[in-house]
Design a protein around this ligand. Structure first.
Ligand SMILES: [Zn+2]
Length: 325
């Protein structure tokens, strides 16, 4: 994900980085004993501990930038995982030239279809590539970046969500789409959102390998921070056709007592939802917690994330799938 301004945002992080959201104990709907699973009446708890286990499993692969052995290992893990749980997995493969040395780099968006016979569909998406280097790391900007929050957290929620989808009372078909090359970035001027741009254009031009008419798309990025604060993102609120989606999701959070979804705007974030909406014509919002001091540093590791945060976001999003109109 890219903030509107590369330089200002690290200042913003420094200014706001220590704020943190409501704790479990403040939340009337979630007792300390249920810290990793917010309950809703119709369903099994969204298992935050299992989601956090997936997050650690992804980070244990190591760095997973586009075209790397880590990305390949991740793709194999995810293809196995989603197939075993009943999803239909497709890799939308394409190739780009490396932004620095111009060598060919194979890319793939990973698509998981549920209820493939339904044409009207909802999309849950995340990026699954990690930044090649922790470029904002104060000590070693060429060090190791595993992207626990920025990369693995959205994927881990979808891995857990896969356990719930087959029995979820939904009227739409559902696709998980994991975008490659969201940030295959070596210099601030390099192109972001390559995978989502390719996907959105394929959709608009009728070149996806399946029939789909997307009613809504919800992008998950940086949703695992143990100090969770999720404000409404400004682009998502400005777009007139998308605003009701954001308001619906935040109203579900309020009803479920998930206070970490704060019904106010704070940041304008450039992320994959811009491509889905502007290139694909899909009403798309992002759920993102940008108050995360280790952003794009070596410190973005699993200990900065929590099972409770993954459970909260997962529970709200799962309920939205059920209620989406
Ligand atoms: Zn990032």
């Amino acid at each position: 994900m890219k903030n509107v301004c590369w330089l200002i945002c690290s200042g913003v992080l420094a200014a706001f980085g220590l704020s943190c959201g409501g704790t479990i104990a403040e939340n009337p709907m979630i007792s300390a004993g249920e810290a990793s699973s917010v309950s809703v009446a119709h369903a099994k708890p969204f298992d935050g501990e299992r989601a956090y286990g997936y997050l650690k499993q992804l980070c244990a692969i190591g760095p997973r930038p586009s075209g790397s052995p880590g990305m390949k290992a991740q793709q194999e893990l995810l293809e196995r995982h989603f197939t075993n749980l009943g999803g239909k997995v497709t890799l939308q493969r394409f190739e780009i030239l490396h932004p620095v040395d111009r060598s060919p780099v194979p890319l793939a968006n990973l698509i998981v279809e549920w209820f493939p016979d339904r044409t009207e569909r909802l999309m849950l998406c995340a990026h699954y590539d990690t930044l090649p280097y922790p470029m904002l790391d104060p000590v070693d900007p060429r060090g190791i970046f595993v992207g626990a929050n920025d990369g693995a957290s959205g994927v881990a929620i979808l891995m857990e969500m896969a356990h719930h989808i087959p029995n979820l009372p939904v009227r739409y078909g559902i696709d998980f789409v994991l975008f490659d090359a969201e940030e295959f970035i070596f210099r601030p001027t390099d192109r972001y959102f390559i995978g989502s741009e390719y996907f959105a254009r394929s959709y608009r031009e009728g070149r996806l390998p399946y029939q789909a008419k997307y009613r809504w798309a919800v992008l998950l990025d940086m949703v695992g921070d143990k100090d969770l604060d999720i404000y409404q993102e400004r682009n998502s609120m400005w777009w007139r056709e998308v605003r009701p989606l954001v308001e619906h999701i935040w109203s579900i959070a309020r009803r479920l007592g998930v206070r970490e979804f704060i019904p106010r705007q704070k940041y304008e974030i450039r992320d994959d939802h811009l491509m889905l909406r502007n290139e694909g014509g899909i009403p798309a919002c992002v759920i993102i917690d940008f108050d995360y001091p280790p952003w794009h540093t070596q410190g973005d590791t699993p200990d900065q994330c929590s099972a409770a945060s993954l459970a909260k976001v997962g529970t709200v999003v799962r309920q939205w799938l059920v209620e989406a109109k």
